[in-house]
Design a protein around this ligand. Structure first.
Ligand code: ADP
Ligand code: MG
Length: 321
């Protein structure tokens, strides 16, 4: 459905050059729900705008359903709908229903034929009682819901949602995540959802492409990504308070260690990237005559995986420069 190959984008303003996207490649297959996850400034929006033919890439190629959005814009863009971050392209003086009919119409989708689908969307997005309300009177969250509906009614096989929950309060964001999750499960469409918030991606998507500093640093099924981290994070309880110099030693010897000294015990949380590291930890404890009480693999969450990957990539970049 979508093929991005060696995409790069450099923004030049005066003497400043920003490499917003740096040699990004990925493929999205038909029917996939893919997350584009990355901290602010990672290059997510620039990547999406390139696919939509809004931002011209400095290098690389893009194929939407086999068509280049710059060489054959009408063919490529007839396959895509998008809600971009912060710009809700809906008409504030028109009602929810009028907006939906209008945006469907410009994509050649008739509201007479598709009335049931439109109604279904309005219901799914809990906008039934806002159907005849002018959009300008709606809350931020409802405006966002209408904007997403207006993208969906175009019935394109590919849909982009750029930061769909940004700027919403926690409750509304949570509600929208639920709706998008339901939608992802019921619509046989290809969706790309970008967010800086892993909870959003973890909720909605099966696969995640993690971006940082303009580059793709991971592209994997979320479950597989979590499985990797599941085997790496350990929680260790020791039945005595460790001496400061031993704690110092431990911190020097292992990269990612958290030590909590309690009244008569010590809790250690440690990230051990390879099996060898686990043996090294055992050796360390033995050398210092420390008895283990318990050792547990910790439940992973995407947030930890994400933070660890981004940190590693930043260290790699700092090392290079
Ligand atoms: N039009 C632009 N002109 C100059 N720099 C830009 C422009 N758009 C984005 N950037 C820069 O490119 C980088 C990536 O931005 P963006 O794609 O918006 O990231 P994200 O969506 O992941 O937050 C940032 O450093 C941003 O400041
Ligand atoms: Mg963005």
């Amino acid at each position: 459905m979508l093929e991005v190959s060696h995409l790069s984008k450099v923004f030049v303003s005066g003497k400043n050059k920003v490499k917003a996207v740096d040699d990004v490649s990925f493929v999205v297959n038909r029917g996939e729900i893919v997350g584009l996850l990355g901290p602010n400034g990672a290059g997510k929006t620039t990547t999406i705008k390139s696919v939509l033919g809004i931002t011209r890439p400095s290098a690389g190629s893009i194929k939407v359903g086999g068509f280049d959005p710059f060489a054959e814009p009408s063919k490529a863009l007839s396959l895509v709908a998008a809600v971009l971050e912060g710009s809700r392209n809906i008409y504030w003086r028109m009602t929810t229903w009028e907006n939906i009919v209008f945006f469907a119409g410009i994509h050649g989708v008739s509201h007479k034929i598709e009335k049931n689908y439109f109604d279904h969307l309005i219901e799914t997005f809990k906008l039934v009682d806002k159907r005849s309300t002018e959009v300008r009177q709606l809350s931020q969250g409802m405006k966002q819901k209408v904007a997403i509906c207006c993208a969906l009614v175009k019935k394109t096989p590919l849909v982009f949602l750029d930061e769909p929950t940004v700027g919403l309060d926690i409750e509304t964001s949570y509600e929208l995540r639920g709706i998008l999750k339901e939608l992802a499960a019921t619509e046989a469409r290809t969706m790309v959802v970008s967010s800086h918030d892993m909870a959003v991606i973890q909720d909605i998507c099966q696969r995640v492409i993690i971006m940082s500093g303009g580059r793709v640093i991971a592209d994997d099924k979320i479950d597989d990504l979590l499985a990797v981290f599941r085997s790496r994070n350990y929680k260790i309880a020791i039945g005595k308070v460790l001496d400061n110099d031993v704690v110092e030693h431990l911190r020097k010897r292992f990269n990612d260690v958290e030590v909590q000294l309690r009244e008569r015990k010590t809790n250690i949380t440690i990230n051990l990237p390879s099996a060898g590291d686990l043996y090294a930890l055992m050796d360390f404890l033995r050398e210092h005559n420390i008895d283990l009480e318990t050792i547990n693999q910790q439940d992973p969450d995407l947030e930890k995986a994400f933070v660890a990957l981004v940190r590693k990539e930043r260290e790699r970049c700092n090392g290079n420069s």
